[in-house]
Design a binder for this molecule. Structure first.
Ligand code: MEV
Length: 329
């Protein structure tokens, strides 16, 4: 039996635009998905998710190559979640040259599903690590990031960047632009506060919506490029240790994401609550449509304001997690 874990993330800058070759800066946070894998005697796969969102949910599949999971709750979110797990198992089987390996898989996660905190990337990354180790193969985090990206790419039908998977595999703050992925060293202390509306967005649909806008309107394409400019300025501010400027640029980034139609009333309410509480900056994180915002605040004001914001289900401080994927047992 092998357990591996991998962190979730917040986007300091650059979601959506990163899909079109602009840079992005996601940061791993100390909220993890843990995946336990135990090899079976047959070729079946059974998955139990004790996730925050999929509490006590179990599916099993296997045998015939074209067998699909027997999913009781046919929501797109659950189907996508199982697609990620299926993809992780397939990649692990390939990497270990064990095409018929069967597994019992248990997922425990404190990262809400589809809420912009990188739950699917964390599950895929931890799942590949645990399943390959269980088969006697140890991959380095960069290799795991690459395999996990292939899974996201397939599940999101070609509309995925390397940002979430690289960040989860490597930990810390990272910069991703196309295939160029690196860790950012010596980031200043970033006092993250996260607000969660209890909901989620459909990443595939939201990414497709931005693509349509971008193809239809030149100014939407310009907006995507403007996000790239914000990210480049944000990187310079990070390098200078200028956290106030990072916050101002996060505000700008949120405005541009809003213009691209990926915000939501609940996300805007939480962003405004943070701003009115004198946060250094606040923006949605991830695909949007619902889920989480991230703010920067060294004081307790934003946390308190979010706790009293209608539509905010949970607010918490998040520390940068410098550890990426790791084996737990
Ligand atoms: C989703 O967490 C982030 C997006 O930029 C999509 C991606 O980068 O794959 C919206």
């Amino acid at each position: 039996m092998t357990t591996s874990s991998a962190p979730g993330k917040v986007y300091l800058f650059g979601e959506h635009a990163v899909v079109y070759g602009e840079p992005a800066v996601p940061c791993a946070i100390e909220r993890r998905a843990r995946v336990t894998v135990e090899a079976r005697d047959d070729d079946r796969v059974s998955v139990r998710a004790d996730d925050l969102t999929l509490d006590g949910f179990t599916v099993a599949w296997g045998g015939e190559a074209d067998d699909r999971p027997d999913v009781d709750v046919p929501t797109p979110l659950v189907e996508a979640a199982m697609g990620y797990v299926d993809g992780a198992i397939e990649r692990a089987r390939e990497a270990a040259e064990a095409p018929a390996a069967g597994f019992d898989v248990t997922i425990e996660s404190d990262i809400p599903l589809g809420a912009g905190l990188g739950s699917s990337a964390a599950v895929v990354v931890a799942g590949i690590d645990a399943a390959t180790r269980e088969l006697g193969v140890e991959l380095d985090p960069a290799e795991i990031a690459d395999l996990a990206y292939q899974v996201e790419y397939e599940v999101q039908e070609g509309q995925a960047s390397r940002a979430d998977t690289f960040c989860s595999a490597m930990g810390g703050a990272v910069r991703v632009q196309g295939d160029d992925c690196r860790q950012i060293r010596d980031v200043p202390n970033l006092p993250f506060v996260v607000g969660y509306d209890g909901g989620s967005g459909d990443t595939g649909q939201l990414v497709a919506g931005v693509r349509t806008l971008k193809e239809e309107y030149g100014f939407a394409a310009d907006t995507v490029e403007a996000i790239g400019d914000v990210v480049r300025s944000g990187e310079a501010a990070l390098e200078d240790g200028d956290v106030e400027e990072v916050g101002r640029l996060m505000d700008f980034n949120h405005g541009l994401l809003s213009a691209l139609g990926v915000s939501a009333r609940s996300l805007d309410s939480m962003v405004w609550a943070a701003r009115e509480a004198d946060a250094l900056g606040a923006k949605l994180t991830g695909a949007g449509g619902g889920g989480c915002v991230v703010a920067l605040d060294r004081t307790e004001q934003t946390l308190t304001a979010l706790e009293y914001t209608p539509g905010c289900e949970e607010a918490f401080r998040a520390e940068l997690d410098t550890d990426g994927v790791r084996v737990e047992a």
